[in-house]
Design a protein around this ligand. Structure first.
Ligand SMILES: [Zn+2]
Length: 299
């Protein structure tokens, strides 16, 4: 059996997952450990090194490790910001991992990894420009053109989660108000439903209740889908991608592909909407597969 070709790590707040992919991008070996973020920065760097050490025998020829993580990498000094694993913020994670692992690493935001994985080996295959979208507890996005990730010189390409959709909307951690993330993320949908019904209910359940005809859930979802359409149409009118691939927990909401799509069509600068808006193919594995693909030439 040939050795693995790419090694990637998905560094999340609760778990660190590593994968070795073969030439055809199929996972050969996986390792998963708890992040134990409460034990601090140095510990997390050590945990990543443990996962790499466990995988290295399955990919002895790799010369670089790809790392995907929430937050954004500063183009100025390579430090991380906006990570929900807060002890990573302001730290030169890439540099420290390179020292610890003794080889180069390529660090990217997890939404960019998602987009890269779906473009190269998932629902975006065969499309020239892929806009990958994360709709979950946060809102992310990544752009891949002809199989190559486009993070942009400031590392903000595709970050539609911080387009200001409603200038008087809720405050966002980024310092603005009414960002797409404060309106379309799962917790925002849950808050909207709680305001109407007085009941705490997970986002996926709100969508189910709306589909089953519950009035409160129905009205909240109608507003949500309209705003989804407005926000995504803004992206489409700039980028005009060949496909939009949805990921994250909310990507399972069926109405996004019907009423949500109709809302995009209402707001896009065109008299029709030909852009496919599709569900991801790789599910939870997209992040770690995309991280491994960061090390592929021309990724
Ligand atoms: Zn924001």
């Amino acid at each position: 059996m040939a050795a693995g070709r790419y090694l990637g790590i998905d560094l999340g707040g609760t778990k660190i997952e590593g994968v070795v992919l073969d030439e055809r991008l199929a996972p050969r070996e996986r390792v998963r450990v708890a992040t134990e973020r409460e034990r601090g920065y140095e510990h997390i760097v050590g945990r990543v090194a443990e996962v790499v050490a466990a995988l290295r025998p399955h990919a002895p020829d790799v010369t670089c490790v790809g790392i995907g993580t929430p937050g954004s990498v500063s183009s100025r000094d390579g430090t991380l910001k906006n990570s929900n694993t807060t002890c990573l913020n302001g730290r030169p994670l890439g540099v420290d991992l390179e020292k610890r692992l003794g080889m180069p690493v390529r660090l990217e935001n997890d939404a960019n990894c998602f987009a890269l994985a779906e473009a190269r080996g998932g629902a975006g295959q065969g499309h020239a420009m892929v806009f990958g979208v994360i709709l979950g507890t946060g809102i992310g996005g990544g752009i891949v053109h002809r199989g190559v990730l486009w993070p942009g010189p400031q590392h903000i390409a595709g970050e539609w989660g911080h387009h200001r959709l409603e200038p008087d909307g809720p405050p966002c951690y980024c310092g603005q108000r009414g960002c797409v993330e404060t309106i379309l993320a799962g917790p925002a949908l849950e808050a909207a439903y709680r305001a109407v019904s007085g009941e705490a209910c997970p986002a996926a359940e709100i969508a189910r209740r709306a589909a089953a005809g519950e009035a409160a859930a129905g009205s909240v979802m109608t507003t949500y889908l309209d705003r989804f359409g407005r926000a995504l149409a803004n992206v489409l009118t700039i980028l005009d991608p060949d496909v939009v691939v949805l990921g994250g927990g909310l990507s399972n909401v069926e109405a996004l592909y019907t009423a949500g799509r109709e809302a995009v069509a209402r707001y896009v600068f065109n008299d029709e909407l030909r852009t496919p808006i599709v569900r991801n193919h790789l599910g939870d594995s997209a992040g770690v597969i995309g991280a491994a693909l960061l090390t592929a030439t021309n990724a």
